[in-house]
Design a binder for this molecule. Structure first.
Ligand SMILES: Nc1ncnc2c1ncn2[C@@H]1O[C@H](COP(=O)(O)OP(=O)(O)OP(=O)(O)O)[C@@H](O)[C@H]1O
Length: 510
């Protein structure tokens, strides 16, 4: 039997096929978009620490990924037999098909989104938290934009799957493409020509809409964006238009003001391992404290406890004379206000990878509705200038070296005008030749009078910049002394050896 090309071609001008194509487009787009929207909160719920959310969502995903779509479609279409009230909607094959597809797609999308959400580094959530963003703000501004980019190729693939799955809805007599074709070939027996045309209609829909989504994906991809460095001429013009960066908000020390920070008997354990064993500490306004000690002694845990990134089990953190964090309590108005007064810089920078350098700086002020958009940008540029990064303002984090990223991270923390800066091993992830550029920025802040607590392994730097050095070991502070006392040799020789003779005798150089 020959292939009837004339008949085959005539099928592309048949209104019934075009109407059916429209049905397929509507059904697939709606199912995909609703599945995508519903899958997102389900994925967040499935990752939640609350069992009451996690378990039912897990069961939903397991069940609806296991049930064949065909079975579900027929079941939903016949639901009015049990619940007559549902007939208002479900007697329509389109809406029955839509419900079945959405229920199935939401289960698949939950897992796709979960993959995207897991791909966003935890450090970025912590950086956002340290900038005072709350859960929903962190999800909306940091996590979801990046998670969606990660899962975009799989989401687009899922759209193509949905387009093809709409053919199953023909089982309940929806006049989609396959149904129109079936009606034709049962009358004229031109099976091959009709099915070939049906296939081409599907291919056309997938090509057009899948292609559009892929274009959108490419536009959203930041990894391919490579804005350049500003040249000297533009840099000079920009610099001339900038305001002075905000001054460090520190009052003169020893003026009878309460301590900037005070820790009262802070304890923290992980399981049976007590990592902080009743830490008492006072940091006066304008003071620079360096925390040193062997690996695993609790330095990072201590500094993370100072801004609530790590909950404490016992004790209290007091900020400028007011209770800030107590055991088991890291929320409420005082905590949210306090967190804005404490800036944090992380070992691994934790810049927001989907935002340009300048947008990294404006994000938190925008979230907290500080200044207007122009002022925020001007302030951000001024801070970038202060850390020597103005020429790179429009770049993305992936375009920067480690030292440059860390300088941006410092400027980002400063954008919220904190009264205290915490540094958690700010140079540990850097190549040796990049260390000094970051240390110089920290030194400049110290000279301006910023109150700072710095966890560091840079002994000479700590000795040169600090008012006091804390030596931690096994969750306790074994030494709290000014560098002068360390240099005078009045301390435990073991600690002196840890600091190293070169650093002890250096008296200043880094
Ligand atoms: N989330 C966690 N769960 C369990 N144990 C942890 C956790 N975080 C830290 N610890 C443990 O607490 C102890 C102190 O860790 P911490 O990171 O505070 O030490 P550190 O002095 O900063 O070390 P380093 O200089 O190597 O960074 C270590 O024994 C570590 O294994």
């Amino acid at each position: 039997m020959l292939f009837d090309w004339g008949y085959f071609v005539s099928l592309f001008s048949m209104p019934a096929f075009w109407r059916a194509s429209l049905t397929v487009i509507e059904l697939s787009a709606l199912s995909w978009a609703l599945g995508l929207a519903i899958g997102l909160p389900l994925a967040l719920g499935k990752m939640s620490t609350y069992r009451l959310l996690r378990v039912p969502i897990g069961l939903y995903v397991w069940f609806f990924r296991s049930v064949p779509l065909l079975v579900l479609v027929v079941f939903v279409y016949n639901l009015p037999q049990i619940f007559p009230a549902t007939g208002v909607v479900l007697s329509s094959p389109f809406y029955s098909g839509l419900v079945a597809l959405v229920v199935t797609e939401a289960a698949y999308m939950t897992e796709i989104h979960r993959g995207g959400l897991l791909a966003v580094p935890k450090g970025q959530r912590e950086a956002a938290h340290a900038l005072g963003l709350r859960y929903l703000g962190i999800q909306r501004l940091i996590v979801l934009p990046q998670a969606l980019r990660v899962s975009a190729p799989t989401l687009i693939n899922e759209y193509i799957t949905v387009v093809k799955l709409t053919s199953i809805i023909s089982v309940i007599s929806l006049t989609e493409l396959l149904m129109v074709g079936q009606r034709l070939y049962t009358q004229n027996f031109m099976i091959m020509e009709t099915l070939a045309a049906v296939a081409i209609y599907y291919v056309g829909i997938v090509t057009v809409f899948g292609g559009l989504l892929e274009r959108l994906e490419r536009r959203l991809e930041v990894g391919t964006r490579t804005p350049g460095t500003l040249d000297e001429h533009r840099l000079a013009a920009l610099r001339a238009s900038l305001p002075r960066p905000p001054a460090v908000s520190s009052e003169a020390r020893n003026t009878g003001q309460p301590d900037a920070l005070r820790l009262n008997q802070v304890r923290k354990r992980y399981g049976s391992h007590e990592v902080l064993k009743g830490i008492d500490l006072k940091v006066a306004t304008g003071e620079v404290i360096s925390v040193i000690g062997p690996s695993g002694s609790g330095k990072t845990t201590l500094i993370r406890a100072l801004n609530g990134l790590e909950p404490i089990d016992v004790g209290e953190v007091v900020l400028f004379g007011e209770s800030f964090i107590t055991a088991g309590e890291r929320h409420g108005g005082r905590f949210q206000q306090g967190i804005l007064e404490v800036g944090m810089v992380f070992q691994s920078f934790n810049l927001f990878a989907h935002l340009s350098v300048v947008d990294n700086l404006t994000l938190a002020p925008r979230y907290h509705a500080r200044l207007d958009a122009t002022q925020r940008r001007q302030q951000a540029l001024a801070l970038l200038d202060k850390v020597g990064m103005l020429a790179h303002a429009e770049k993305y984090p992936h375009q920067l070296s480690g030292g440059q990223q860390q300088r941006v991270a410092i400027a980002r923390a400063l954008a919220m005008a904190p009264k205290i800066m915490l540094f958690d091993e700010p140079t540990s992830a850097l190549d040796p030749e990049r260390v000094s550029e970051v240390l110089e920025v920290i030194r400049a802040l110290a000279e301006e009078g910023m109150t700072m607590v710095i966890v560091t392994h840079e002994m000479a730097f700590a000795m040169s910049i600090s008012d006091r050095i804390l030596f931690m070991e096994d969750g306790e502070i074994h030494l709290d002394a000014p560098p002068m006392k360390i240099r005078s040799g009045e301390i435990d020789p073991r600690i002196s050896a840890f600091i190293g003779p070169a650093a002890v005798s250096s008296g200043g150089s880094t």
